[in-house]
Every structure is written in C-alpha cells, then in structure tokens.
Design a binder for this molecule. Sequence first.
Ligand code: NAD
Ligand code: KPL
Length: 305
Amino acid sequence: MTSTWHVLGSGSLGGLWAARLAAAGLPVELLLRDRQRLAEYRAAGGLTFERDGHCRQLALPAQPLDEPAPIRRLLLASKAYDAAAAARALRPRLAPGAEVILLQNGLGSQDAVAALLPQARCIFASSTEGAFRRRDFHVVFAGSGHTWLGTAPPTPPPGWLGELAQAGIPASWSDDILARLWRKLALNCAINPLTVLHDCRNGGLQAHAVEVAALCRELVELLTACGQAAATDGLQTEVERVIAATAANYSSMYQDVAAGRRTEIAYLLGHACREAQRRGLELPRLEDLARRLRAHLAARGLPQD
Ligand code: NAD
Ligand code: KPL
C-alpha cells in the first residue's frame, strides 16, 4: 500500500505536485501553516490547478502542521530560506525512516534540513519545471521540465518513483544529485543576478557576454575546487544557450525583486561565495557580483540573505 504524500508548501511547485498526484488517484494531504491558513484554504474551495488555460478545482484534504498524525512521506516544497523552519516544525511528526523530498533551488538548505532530521531519509530534488501562483491556492503550470531526485551519498531509488510517472511528473533518479544541484546553481549564478543588476530579460545578457564569460570561468574554478568538475563540462556554452533559449523571459530572481519578494540569494550566489571563502579561493568577479546584488537589494528594502 502506498503512503500518503504529505505536501508542505501549497505554493507553486508544491501545488503542481499535489494536483497531479491527486488527479492520478494517489493519496495527498496538504500541510498548512496553521488553522487560520486552513480556514482560508477551505474558503477558497481547495486548490485550483490551471493548465493550458483550463482550471480544475481540487478539494484536497489539508491539515495544520501541528496535527499529531505521523508522516511517512513528505514533499517539502518551500523556498530555501523557509525549509529549516518547516522541517523543525514537522520533526515531531516524522515516523522513523520517513522519506523527505527537498524541493529547493540552490544549495545549503538541504544540509540544514538533513541535520535537523537525522531520523529521516532526505532526498534532494532539482527541478526545471515551471509554475507560479496566480493567487493563494491557485497554481498555474507554466512550463514543462524535469525533476532529478537523489541522495548524497547515492542510494537505490525508492519504490514510489513509479507513482511520479503515474501522475505524469517527469522525474529520474540521479546517482549524482549534488552535481545536478551545483550545475543549476552555477547557471543561476551566471544569469540571475546580472538580470537584476542590468534590469533586463535573460536575452539582455547577450549584450554583456564578456561579463557572463568571466563569471563562468570563476564558477568552473569553484565547482572544480568543490569536487564537482564533472558539473562544469561546457558550462559557458550552456549558459549562453539558456540565455538565448529564454531570451524573452525574466529570471526568477528578477521577478522576485520586481515583486518586492525575498530572493534565495543566500542559497545561490551567497552559497557560492561562502564555499569559495571556506576553500581560500579568490573569485573577485563573484564577490563583486554578490556585493553589488546585496547593495541593490538593500536599496529596495529587501533582505540581503
Ligand atoms: P512558493 O513561494 O510559490 O511556495 C512556497 C510555499 O511554501 C508557500 O505557499 C509558503 O506559504 C509555503 N511555506 C513556507 N513555509 C511554510 C511552513 N512553515 N508551513 C507551511 N507552508 C509553508 O515557492 P515555489 O516557487 O514553489 O518554490 C519552491 C522551491 O522550488 C524554491 O526553492 C524555488 O526556487 C524552487 N523552484 C521553483 C520553480 C517554479 O517554477 N516555481 C521552478 C524550479 C525550482
Ligand atoms: O532557472 C532559471 C531562473 O530564472 O531561475 C533560469 C531560466 C535558468 C535562469 O537562470
């Protein structure tokens, strides 16, 4: 018998997973912050899932975090800066050997959560799917992609991987999930902060190719020093390809800053700079980028971490 998919973070990606799992007939339970949030969810009539312009209302079961029932399988789909607090709140509910899927961008939050949950099997995820919230409890599927899942060190894939296929969630088990996460972090570091500082769409960075190339060289140096040489293969070419392929889009960090939302800088560029410092590496362009980005955030009254 399958375990219930407990989903914390009924935002963009959490909603996207919950809606597809439930539509496939799998048991899903949303975990909401408190009773007030639960009342708002019920008043909204459940979760609205929008795909290709069609909306579907899903009255998924939901409960507050402090419910006592044990959790065996958890999808933690919060922003990176909220993950540790969410894990701390759910720690008393996790059954021994519970599986916790960490669906956060960047690096740093996964280790923080794993340290808080020694009784759980923490599975890291890296996703290129796209979703956004039109309003509370209304999720829009914005772009197809793929999700890689894995543990560090690697372990055999879990039996429930087939449930993701059943739900139409494109996913694969990776024996080197850290390489996937580092590669995505490098892409995000080479693109996202510059789009904020140059106030441009991704394609606008084609006018700053020398700056992008210099950042890629430092990112290759950093990843290599971190034991992730395989993740540096063709990095600059891929960054240029992503810039061209997503030329008309605004990066996620650009969108966060434009909307006055906190960014995940601490888990992207901040993590890169901390790892460089820890290893005594001098990466002046990344350091300067981080300094300029923090100043930009501070000037807008946004958190610098
Ligand atoms: P989001 O802000 O849309 O959703 C996060 C949800 O978590 C929110 O609803 C928030 O209220 C909830 N939450 C946070 N702390 C909570 C707590 N203690 N209890 C209950 N709920 C809590 O974020 P998102 O866009 O889904 O992003 C999640 C992660 O996935 C991020 O790291 C992001 O970078 C990454 N990601 C997002 C996308 C995308 O297209 N949205 C794509 C790839 C990766
Ligand atoms: O992932 C991205 C983002 O905007 O966060 C891309 C499109 C790859 C740009 O870094």
